[in-house]
Design a protein around this ligand. Structure first.
Ligand code: SF4
Length: 429
């Protein structure tokens, strides 16, 4: 039995918490540029990295090929790896060229990578110098997207943390939604909060990098994504209050998320139920066609996005799936406590990764579906195991009550496809 601290309260949960270390198979933080540049179209993300980094970001965000991209790479050539002076020169040249060509850029993120960290390129000092040179024109911030120690969603954590010092202070009472949301989902959330009685609601990151919300001791923070530990720490240092809640995935998670916000603003929970009841009823009906496929199926989640615990809670509690193992790259018990408390007894959570041992456990447990990174999906599919890429969860609008059926559909589709393939194969014999 584990004691979990949520805010100032302790809860008991009968989950099994394990840790594992070893070889990892995850995307790096550069990947987060794909959704961050869509969220803030006045920002530019300049990766300071190698050709490998350039290829990764170009293929991950390949859809931008016909548009003027809002990301790029200052390539560190082999000779740069031997001399920092050349790297600084190349970076200066690329930045100058960018600012001349693209006057619409308001914030330029210098994104560190494995190569820039290996040669110890100090991007904080580079950003400070550039801020002085381009004062009043473009703001420079830096963070690391390196894959040496981090996973891909931590890129967003780094980018948001880098923006916090630029946020002005205020004592205004407000609700701050923290974590990137699809614009249409954000609009729906704000409408629901308004109907509940919380009208001063802002989002971080905002839709324009120059419109950063002001924060202070009367700012109540409600997270939309679970992978923002560093951002939360810095928001707390600025006096913000964190509302601890499950994450808004599925009907259950979203309902408890709205209820936690209402509680923080001293709004009666009956008001919340009155507003969301029609949405919840519709969502539960829409879920039925997917639960028919998902119920009783065995699920194995490999660690990659830090969304795994929330997904496991949704797929078990609302879709009836059986949880074999729930992997997560990192476990912040304070942020995840409310989620863990909703998991069924004896759920096996594994923090960290030893990819070979995990794959052995996948094969031994014969799951119906494995949630994993793209690199592991193909080999598992070749062995006849259905998979779902974790990265799809951050590219798809999955938040909120009315997205519950779409979220379930992401998992029921591969199972359905496999069923069809198997029946077609049998029919040919
Ligand atoms: S940052 Fe590191 S892990 Fe990511 S693409 Fe570049 S070299 Fe590879």
């Amino acid at each position: 039995m584990q004691a979990l601290k949520i805010g100032s309260k302790y809860f008991m949960s009968k989950v099994e918490l394990n840790k594992e270390a070893g070889p990892r198979e995850v995307f790096c933080g550069l990947t987060s540029i794909v959704w961050l540049h869509r969220r803030m179209p006045d920002a530019f993300f300049l990766v300071v990295g190698s050709r490998t980094c350039a290829h990764l970001i170009q293929s991950a965000a390949g859809v931008m090929i016909f548009a003027e991209p809002r990301f790029g790479t200052a390539i560190l050539e082999e000779k740069d790896l031997a001399g920092l002076a050349d790297a600084h020169e190349e970076l200066d040249r690329v930045v100058n060229d960018l600012i001349c060509r693209r006057p619409e850029i308001k914030t330029l993120f210098l994104v560190g990578s494995c190569p820039s960290e290996v040669i110890k390129l100090d991007l904080t000092t580079v950003a400070e110098k550039l801020n002085k040179r381009f004062l009043g024109k473009v703001r420079f911030v830096n963070y690391s997207g390196s894959g040496i120690e981090t996973t891909f969603t931590q890129g967003e954590d780094g980018a948001l943390k880098a923006l916090i010092p630029l946020m002005e202070s205020t004592n205004d009472k407000k609700l701050l939604l923290v974590g990137t949301l699809a614009n249409n989902v954000e609009d729906r959330f704000k409408k629901i909060f308004n109907n509940i009685g919380i009208s001063n609601v802002e989002s971080f990151p905002p839709r324009q990098s120059t419109e950063l919300p002001k924060i202070g001791k009367n700012t109540k923070v409600l997270l939309t994504q679970p992978y923002l530990s560093d951002t939360v720490r810095d928001l707390k240092h600025r006096g913000c209050e964190i509302i601890y809640a499950p994450f808004p995935l599925g009907v259950e998670g979203s309902t408890k998320w709205f209820l936690a916000a209402a509680d923080a603003f001293k709004i009666n929970e009956l008001k919340v139920h009155e507003v969301i009841a029609p949405l919840a009823n519709r969502a539960m009906q829409a879920l039925e066609k997917h639960t028919g496929i998902l119920r009783g199926k065995k699920l194995f989640l490999l660690p990659e996005s830090q969304l795994e615990i929330s997904l496991a809670r949704f797929l078990h509690n609302e879709c009836g799936m059986e949880l074999i193992e729930v992997g997560t790259p990192y476990l912040n018990k304070e942020l995840m406590g409310a989620e863990i408390n909703l998991l069924p007894d004896n759920t096996k959570i594994v923090e960290g990764q030893h990819v070979e041992k995990q794959l052995d456990r996948v094969r031994a447990s014969n799951p119906d579906l494995v949630v994993c990174g793209m690199g592991l999906a193909n080999p598992l599919e070749a062995e006849g195991i259905s998979t779902k890429w974790s990265i799809e969860m951050v590219f798809s609008p999955i938040h909120g009550i009315d997205q519950a059926a779409d979220l379930a559909g992401l998992f029921s589709r591969p199972l359905k496809r496999n069923q069809i393939l198997k029946s077609e194969t049998l029919a040919t014999f």
